[in-house]
Design a protein around this ligand. Sequence first.
Ligand code: SF4
Ligand code: SF4
Length: 355
Amino acid sequence: MSRLEDFKNQIHKCSRCGLCQSACPLYQISGNDCTVSRGQFIMLDGVLKNELKLNKNINKYLDLCLKCGACSKFCPSGIDAVDIIIAAKSEYFKSSLKERLISVFQKYILFGIVPKLIGLFVPKTKSEVYETKVLYFGGCGSRFKSDKAIVKVLNRLNIEVINPDFDCCGISLFTRGDLEGFQKAIDSYVNILKKYNITNVVTNCASCEKSLKDYIKWTTNEEHKKFLSTVVVRNVFSYIKESGLGFELEKSVRVTYHKPCNINNFEDIEWVLKNTKNLEYIEMENFDKCCGLNAVTKIRERKIVSALLDEKSNNIKKTLARYVLTSCLGCQVALSFNLTRKYKVMDLLEFLARN
Ligand code: SF4
Ligand code: SF4
């Protein structure tokens, strides 16, 4: 399902109860129904009935949505708002030259220059050879920092890490509604998996993990769909918790952790945070509230964006921790945006490996 029309029944399942309002970080600031799933579904219903045009005014709200999925967790009708918003964005994308030009730029940077530069300057960490093998999906940026740590940890668990040149997972194309570009990311991923004949994939980035797991839902290639049903994607922390592998820091450090919206195995991460010697983990207020990355570029909505970022920064400051750990490259960018250099925003695994 990728056309807005395909989601008609889902949209009609909305009872307009308004429970999503209490969960939506944007609505809590704006108080505007157009920024939450209920209001968006009312607009999209109008589009489907040809009463409204899917124009830049509607796209503004689709775009502002953080794609955090918080509303869906509370929705009694079980509606996946993000999928519907992406399907609507994809219709707008096709009709908008500006959106398509931005996407060309993203593809040039994310799929062209970034992987080439990383390949040139970052030598891959060599893995020990074991009978059990996994493919490490480092994506466009996280490989830059965490490949050493992943190989070290998984080798300790007698698992060999194969580290091919994957492209970006395509999440930024997906959230823009460029489903054709997203399909190319899927094609590239499937081809690499087939080449190595390995269907166990490990990643360290929450957004990469979500994309890889969502590929099966969005691919338009039936053969790929069948193949993807045989693929198992796991976060490195699930291996760590399963094995009981303990970490110990050289000296005592206080940290806090921001939970990315796309993480679905926080219990594994929490286990690591609570079972690492010399690590004092302080849970920040609303640690699982969206970092607001998707809104950072919406300069016209400065008031909303600042309120989102300020709330997160204030919650971080209250913990008195200097290290802010997370497990998503995008969250790292958003968290760093509003914090002074006194705070160090880091990937959790990279932090453990360094300390
Ligand atoms: S919680 Fe679900 S059913 Fe209720 S208004 Fe929001 S989207 Fe509609
Ligand atoms: S995905 Fe997040 S930002 Fe978007 S409507 Fe749902 S709760 Fe609000």
